[in-house]
Design a protein around this ligand. Structure first.
Ligand code: AMP
Ligand code: ZN
Length: 465
């Protein structure tokens, strides 16, 4: 099965066919660096990291160019700098370093290119000049505005009607705008604000133009995949699309992908302004490992909402403990795990190629790992079991899990996990034999040691009470 991806523009899953399989291009809108990333901000970073890993397996590691930008000019950055009385660079360098460390802890590989807005002012100025020359933008009172009438199909990506947008625009529209929906490409800076000289006076770019300019500079006029969170569809991506297609006369991206929101505290989108935020830094400091956070993020399909709870974290930890126990056994007995073993098992390959169905893949991994420790009747079955386990472990590694050594994973934990595992196996056997008294006795014995068992669809897991 070829890779299929859900394209926001077409509102359907489409077979993925890069324009040049020798150079697959993907751009994901990255962080605005003025504060610590919360776990919702980490969702696109992790999701598109899974995708870039899959693309590298399919097309070759060197045949993918993945760019994720850093927004280092922004009014929120200026406000944070003013509040601390420091240069904006102090803020952006500090929070970019935090971001890279936090994403690294989540197993997110650095992108091939990490363009910074501040380093691309000349490209932005050139693109704005080009848009003016092509009649798609106009200068007014130190600003340059994009004329939303110009593309002819503005609103196509977000499926909004231009008439509705104009009618619904707020009343206090800037007087220099021809049309209330026109958006800013360039705006004037006061002497104390960061600014650059331009044909329209000293100023700074609006937000949207940076991505259009950096995509053209690093990846090309039309890229294969453009991604980000759901909130970016409008206005950010709609505006990127309008700018780039007017400048180049070509579509900006073949496939537009957007992740759903992570929420916390009853379905509310996690966001700084609402205050329902768990930062990656806080979660790591609480002792959750980066892989537990990563598995928790991948437990729901990327387009679905995901509610962030303590229970989700506990379940993810229990799942990884089980996977690492099996991994430890494989290493101990020298059973090889080929990196692409999962691609030779139809179900795991199909799950990940079906629009990154990570919950489906995780279920497949659990199913494959159920072969571990199963009593087998002959050599054929033993070999089948070994292959299944190897495929399950390779699938986990393909999505960036099991990246640690089991010895390191279990470091600091008392070696009771082996004993607990044996007790769980004995209890499962007792229950299968309908010896419920024995099963209950084992459960009570573990409870007395502070170990709680939880029976779930993928077997029994345990946690410390
Ligand atoms: P920002 O730094 O606010 O521009 O956000 C960085 C990325 O995180 C963007 O792709 C956003 O769409 C995404 N994002 C922000 N909040 C959430 C959330 N609660 N759930 C999922 N993605 C989010
Ligand atoms: Zn962008």
């Amino acid at each position: 099965m070829p890779i299929r991806l859900y394209d926001t523009a077409r509102r359907e899953k489409v077979p993925f066919a890069p324009a040049d399989p020798g150079r697959v291009t993907m751009y994901v809108c990255g962080p605005t660096v003025y504060g610590r990333a919360h776990i919702g901000n980490a969702r696109p970073a992790v999701v598109f990291d899974v995708l870039q890993r899959l693309l590298r397996h399919e097309y070759g590691a060197d045949h993918v160019v993945y760019a994720r930008n850093v927004t280092d000019i922004d009014d929120k950055i200026m406000a944070a700098a003013a509040a601390e009385g420091v240069d904006p660079k102090v803020i952006t360098e500090r929070y970019e370093a935090h971001y890279l460390a936090d994403m690294g802890a989540l197993g997110v590989q650095p992108p091939d290119v990490a363009p910074h807005a501040i380093d691309h002012i000349p490209q932005m100025v050139a693109m704005i000049g080009d848009l003016i020359a092509k009649g798609a933008a106009y200068a007014a009172e130190g600003h340059v505005l994009f004329d939303v009438i110009a593309p002819g199909d503005y609103g196509r990506l977000s499926r909004r009607s231009l008439d509705d947008m104009i009618a619904g625009a707020r009343v206090e529209v800037a007087p220099y705008k021809k049309n209330p929906a026109d958006f800013v490409l360039w705006k004037p800076s006061t002497p104390e604000q960061p600014g650059w000289d331009s044909p329209w006076g000293r100023g700074r770019p609006g937000w949207h133009i940076e991505c259009s300019a950096m995509i053209a500079a690093h990846l090309g006029e039309t890229i294969d995949i453009h991604g980000g969170g759901l909130d970016l569809i409008f206005p950010h991506h709609e505006n990127e699309l309008a700018q780039s297609s007017c400048a180049h006369g070509a579509p900006l991206a073949q496939v537009w992908m957007h992740n759903g929101f992570l929420s916390m505290g009853g379905g509310e989108k996690m966001s700084k302004s609402l205050g329902n935020v768990a930062t990656v830094g806080d979660l790591l400091a609480q002792g959750w490992s980066g892989e537990v956070l990563r598995l928790a993020l991948l437990s729901a399909h990327y387009r679905q909402p995901l509610e962030w709870t303590e229970d989700l974290l506990r379940q993810s930890k229990a799942t990884l403990d089980r996977w690492y126990r099996i991994y430890r056994h494989q290493l101990k007995f020298g059973f090889p795990i080929a990196v692409d073993a999962y691609l030779h098992v139809a179900n795991t390959a199909d799950a990940i190629r079906d629009d990154l169905n990570t919950p489906g893949l995780i279920a497949e991994i659990n199913g494959l790992l159920d072969w571990f420790g199963l009593s087998v009747n002959d050599d054929d079955e033993a070999q089948h079991a070994r292959k299944a386990v190897a495929a399950g472990l390779s699938a986990a590694q393909a999505i960036g899990l099991l990246s640690s050594h089991p010895t390191i994973w279990f470091q600091g934990e008392s070696d009771s996990s082996d004993g607990v595992h044996a007790a769980i196996t004995a209890r499962t056997a007792a229950r299968a034999a309908r010896n419920f008294a024995e099963a209950d006795r084992i459960r009570d014995e573990l409870a007395a040691q502070g170990i709680v068992l939880e029976d779930g669809p993928s077997g029994t897991t345990w946690r410390r009470a």
